[in-house]
Write a protein that binds this ligand. Structure first.
Ligand code: ATP
Ligand code: MG
Length: 477
């Protein structure tokens, strides 16, 4: 993903358009995939009307990569299916109950949805009924934010009834229509607003934000899966620092653990931020991958509970000994409450637990650390990412420790390239060899292998069969 970090203090976008005048108007030719334009032509060949809509138009207008193209059409899905099947495209009935058909060519899928308006929302999640809308303008009315209520056609131009292009330029997330009505209809939109703020680096418009605060309790109606999906996109956003600082009071409804981090000062010379802002910077400074981002969000969550003060030479100094273990407990609780995938439930606590352990930048210590991570070099890389980000998010004099984290990474890669052993499996001998020395099958075999590994890691015995057998023979009882 492109990681052009925009200065959060500027909202100017590299994109200019005439002020909103309603109706379609000429616009720059947007870089949408040729197959999407072919899909529009096919529909028009069958006397339908079709537009590219929503996120793809938004992203194309601000030069973000377009990852999926949605198409809105006047044709019913059954007609769309006929047209595309006749043209040799694949068709999949992904959501025909609400008028959506997915069409596929060359492995590229496009969602085509009949113009629709959504009826009443009595459950705060889904419309009770969907009716076919008569125009694209009516269809755009049901969409969540002005920047998502855009339709584009290469010849007819842009339809922008709510000033979405201006909001894109200003960098603002604003609801279509009355914000509190829109959040009462579908509370997921509250998290979508936070997520778009984090992905796009946009501010949330005042009335929209106020309605998010007033409606956040409605998030209890939203399934854990949908909450989790939005939160993950949020933490992986390019502008997550600003978004977390701005949205923390909204997110607190689904992540109440954030509340005690806010305003939790760190009275030590190593820190210039409270726990929340330090965390927001650490998340920002890690690569936008779920393992690193979630680990970063959780790494210091235990600090508010672990904090204590000490008088030292007449000065009060704060300590957070043991905070990593508390962070692990909190992280595990969150990952049980929300449907995190099994691999994150397994790996995130490992990173959080060791994030603060000191690993001196020398091969022996790195081999030991790799061993403590079960030989997982990917976890060691993630740990380096967190250590680097942590160093960059403390008092300025701590920043050089980011270089230490990079040095750890370099040493680790060298260890791997050299084929150094850091797990028992990599030893030149195995359990059978130990038993060949007369050791009975049982825990003693593993213990001797561990001792061999310790000696190899320390460099006192080479990882060679004869040397290891002699070493083990010496130590067996
Ligand atoms: P991205 O694909 O980058 O996540 P997107 O804006 O395309 O962002 P999608 O979930 O793909 O988001 O939805 C496509 C479009 O459908 C949106 O741009 C918006 O117009 C509309 N939309 C999606 N979810 C909602 C919702 N909960 N309420 C109203 N409109 C929505
Ligand atoms: Mg999309």
């Amino acid at each position: 993903m492109a990681r052009a970090h925009r200065n959060p203090n500027t909202s100017a976008r590299p994109f200019r358009m005439a002020p909103d005048s309603g109706g379609a108007r000429p616009s720059p030719l947007l870089p949408l995939p040729a197959l999407a334009l072919e899909a529009l032509s096919l529909i028009e060949g069958a006397h339908g009307e079709a537009w590219c809509v929503g996120g793809c138009v938004r992203d194309a207008l601000i030069d973000r990569p377009v990852h999926d193209v949605d198409i809105a059409t006047s044709l019913p899905w059954t007609a769309v299916q006929r047209v595309f099947a006749a043209a040799g495209w694949g068709t999949v009935e992904t959501g025909t109950a609400h008028g959506t058909l997915t069409v596929v060519k060359d492995g590229e899928p496009f969602e085509i949805t009949t113009y629709r308006c959504d009826g009443a929302y009595s459950d705060g999640r889904h419309p009770d009924a969907i009716t076919i809308a008569s125009s694209i303008e009516e269809d755009l009315q049901r969409r969540d934010f002005t920047v998502n209520a855009l339709a584009y056609h290469p010849e007819r131009g842009l339809i922008d009834p709510y000033g979405g292009a201006t909001d894109l330029e200003r960098g603002v997330i604003r609801c279509v229509g009355d914000p509190s009505t829109r959040f009462t209809e579908d509370a997921l939109r509250i998290l979508r607003a936070c997520r778009f703020a984090s992905q796009l680096g946009f501010a949330i418009d005042g009335p929209t934000f106020n309605a998010m605060m007033a409606s956040k309790h409605l998030l209890r109606k939203i399934s854990g899966e949908r909450v989790y999906r939005e939160l993950e996109r949020f933490v992986c956003g390019d502008y997550v620092h600003d978004a977390l600082m701005g949205c923390v009071d909204v997110l607190a409804f689904v992540l109440p653990e954030l509340v005690s981090m806010k305003g939790c000062e760190q009275v030590t010379k190593y820190h210039i931020y409270d726990v929340l802002e330090h965390t927001a910077w650490v998340v920002q400074h890690t690569p936008p991958e779920p393992l690193q981002r979630w680990s970063a969000l959780f790494h210091d969550m235990g600090k508010p509970a672990a904090a204590f003060f000490e008088e030292r030479e007449g000065e009060r100094v704060e300590h957070f000994y043991g905070h990593a273990a508390v962070s692990v407990t909190l992280a595990e609780g969150i990952m049980r409450r929300l449907p995190f995938p099994a691999w994150l439930r397994r790996d995130v606590p490992v990173i959080v637990r060791v994030h603060d352990d000191v690993v001196p930048p020398e091969p022996r210590a790195v081999r030991r650390a790799l061993n403590r991570l079960g030989g997982r070099t990917d976890l060691f890389e993630a740990l380096c990412d967190i250590k680097r980000a942590d160093a960059l998010s403390q008092a300025p004099f701590c920043a050089p420790r980011a270089d230490t984290a990079e040095e750890l990474r370099r040493i680790m890669r060298e260890i791997v390239a050299e084929g150094d052993a850091f797990t028992v499996k990599q030893l030149a001998i195995n359990g059978n060899d130990i038993m060949g020395l007369g050791v009975k099958a049982g825990p003693a075999v593993g213990q001797l292998l561990e001792q061999c590994l310790g000696a190899v890691i320390d460099g006192t015995v080479p990882n060679e069969r004869e040397a290891l057998l002699a070493f083990a023979d010496d130590r067996r009882t």
